[in-house]
Write a protein that binds this ligand. Sequence first.
Ligand SMILES: [Zn+2]
Length: 210
Amino acid sequence: MYFFYRSFLDKLCPRTCISCPNILEGDEKDLCSTCSDQLLASVINKQGLLPSCDSVEAWIDFDAVQSYMHRIKFDGHPELASWLGKQYALLHPKPMVDALVPMPLSSKRRRERGYNQCEWICQGLATVWDLPIWNEALLKQHRPAQAQQNKLQRASLMVDAFTPGRPIAKGVRIQLWDDIWTTGATLNAAGWALRDAGAKHIHARALASE
Ligand SMILES: [Zn+2]
């Protein structure tokens, strides 16, 4: 009955894929099967080491989500970040942490963009995991865009870029979320600031890595 109703609605008002112009069919939801197959074929679950974090992991190869990231950050589609966060949470067990902390933007960058995409990622995660999101746990000072910087320059730019935004309980466990893990300089610096604020365990996660 639902299927009949859905296909009737689809004829009346076709739904399109959130990532390409394909019309969604049958039980396809949000993403067409071509895009969804492509996305899931690009899972890398890349792990690494950062001095300030207990673990660090990125989910998908950057090339596969590059167009999503562009729409999220520069085309005003933060709901895509929430969608990606939700998909991640559906495919991963709920972590043993006290809260999710989104990587903050500087107030200048946030004003320009109108939102912080990492907060939207966390909202998507929280719909599945039912964990609190601590948006104010970290503050970020404005730094120039990092695109042209090498690893060493990025690391030195990030020193003191973050400060604790509010006191947090001593010994808490946090999953810290960024959209892209590049050199790790940003996640590492944010990890130190969370430790300064009292966090004991920090697990850094990113949707994608290059
Ligand atoms: Zn598609």
